[in-house]
Ligand binder design. Structure first.
Ligand SMILES: [Zn+2]
Length: 259
């Protein structure tokens, strides 16, 4: 594996702290941290935040009956297949961890949302994505290419980006492609795909990024965000659509990226 850069290092910190990294990835991250003071500082913040959230979770242990109810709900869903996609999609999550997350979310509210997002290191990007959503709606500049046809939108990006974003339409599932445009996030040009679901606009920002991760959730300024990495691409979804449906749409995008 070639030397890890700071972007990769930041992305891997949270799974590293949670013990979810494979040994070679963990070793590569440790090598990077040894040589990079900035990432060491970011790592220290993230580690402290993570253990603070864990300590809070310990202090507010869910009552046994609540835990039992959540576990049986998850079991029931698992048997009916309801969680199968989610488990497949969210590599590294298991029902127990999921239950712990739900318990944490129930008792901690916004603090748990921070934990989903991996802490401070991702906050600037979260703010950029929200700003991108607001900008696209306010400036009446939602699309550079307005089309519901993926075979029109995908080639439109040719020559405008140094990568080809996956473009799919999900009109049959209620998520209709409305078009695409160029945007600028995280110090680089990115593809922005625009979808509509009922009256809601969904911006999907896509750029190349190594690794598999997600989904992570956040809420900022009334917008819900879902973020994941799949098949060499990083995806950030942002919308005023509710978090449940936005995550469902993220799963559709992830599955589409397989084909
Ligand atoms: Zn670094």
């Amino acid at each position: 594996m070639s030397a890890m850069d700071c972007t990769q290092s930041r992305a891997l910190m949270s799974p590293y702290i949670d013990g979810e990294l494979a040994a070679d990835r963990a070793a590569a991250l440790e090598r990077h941290l040894e040589g990079c003071a900035q990432c060491r500082a970011a790592y220290e913040i993230e580690r402290r935040m993570s253990s603070a959230v864990r300590d809070q979770g310990e202090r507010f242990k869910a009552p046994a009956h609540l835990k039992a109810r959540i576990m049986s709900e998850i079991e029931r869903n698992a048997q009916s297949g309801g969680w199968r996609d989610l488990r497949y999609f969210a590599t590294g999550w298991n029902p127990a961890a999921l239950a712990a997350s739900i318990v944490l979310a129930a008792v901690l509210g916004s603090a748990a949302t921070m934990q989903y997002l991996g802490g401070n290191s991702e906050e600037p990007l979260v703010q950029e994505v929200v700003a991108g959503q607001i900008r696209s709606l306010m400036a009446d500049h939602l699309t550079d290419v307005a089309s519901s046809d993926q075979h029109t939108v995908k080639p439109w990006f040719n020559g405008k980006l140094d990568f080809s974003p996956p473009v799919a339409d999900f009109a049959a599932d209620g998520f209709a492609l409305a078009g695409g445009r160029l945007d600028y996030l995280d110090h680089r040009n990115v593809a922005a795909l625009v979808y509509r679901h009922r009256q809601h606009v969904i911006n999907v920002f896509i750029w190349p990024e190594a690794g598999e991760l997600g989904p992570r959730l956040a809420t900022r300024q009334g917008y819900n965000l879902v973020y994941f990495k799949r098949n060499g691409m990083e995806y950030w979804l942002v919308s005023d659509l509710n978090a449940g449906e936005l995550k469902e749409f993220a799963q559709r995008l992830a599955r589409a990226s397989e084909s």
